[in-house]
Write a protein that binds this ligand. Sequence first.
Ligand code: BGC
Ligand code: CA
Length: 288
Amino acid sequence: MADIRRIGTTTDILGEGPVWCPRERALYWVDIRGRMLRRYVERGEQVTSWPMPEEIGSLALCEQGGVLLALKSGIAVFDSMTAGFRKLADLPEHGKTLRCNDGKCDRQGRFWVGTMEMSEAGATGKLYRLDDRGCTIMRRDIRIPNTLCWSPDGTTIYWADSPQRQILAFPYDPATGTPGEPRIFAEITAPAVPDGATVDAEGYLWSAQYNGSRVVRYAPDGSVDRVITLPATQITSCAFGGTNLSTLFITSATQNLSADVLATQPLAGALFVVDVGVKGVREPRYAF
Ligand code: BGC
Ligand code: CA
């Protein structure tokens, strides 16, 4: 049984999108529906929360400073010193009933983000790629875009449309930022669905499974290597951080749980840490 610890005292409606910042030795994450950007600084164990003007789906750190935010209405850069926002990009063909969900940079620093209906119903979401060529629609007809992460060498992209209960693996051309035809990497058994994920230095995938109370480590061939069970059902995402990049930070949610169910999982919505004895890969910053 892994030793699971809670960080801070925050309770997220929909905690998501953890990213470790080695420069600040801090973990950034979001509460999508609680409209919060949060940061945990390892030294002093302090958590800071910044209210957001809209739902915030995910984030990335920027090469040129600041934090890229995938807000409901588009992409912005946030300055944590001044709490100021700067619009970076609009999302083409984006509707008012949609919001951003999982997003991450590829190994070249292009930002990818998916959109979905706020209601979670209807497959009108899209997957976008943002770089110096602008914001491009890469895929359509998505319901809940999740998982998004790259193999250490950047030539495989993992992604899921959660209700399909499959994690797909696409070959990926790092030079052009173009995916090829996907194959099924892993199938997830109900009631769990694949949510956020990350890849470690050995090329294994760590998948947070919503409605599954767990994070599953998959070998590059898709076989299950390890399961970490958590004291909350809605496990949403994970990221490596800490001094040696060997601490796994795990986000969770309280959304859609009745008062009765919440009483049985008082840690739902918490940020967890587990020392997993495996090193992660540094997340690239947004490079443009
Ligand atoms: C979405 C949630 C959804 C969950 C499980 C998350 O990425 O933000 O709205 O309930 O995935 O599919
Ligand atoms: Ca997610």
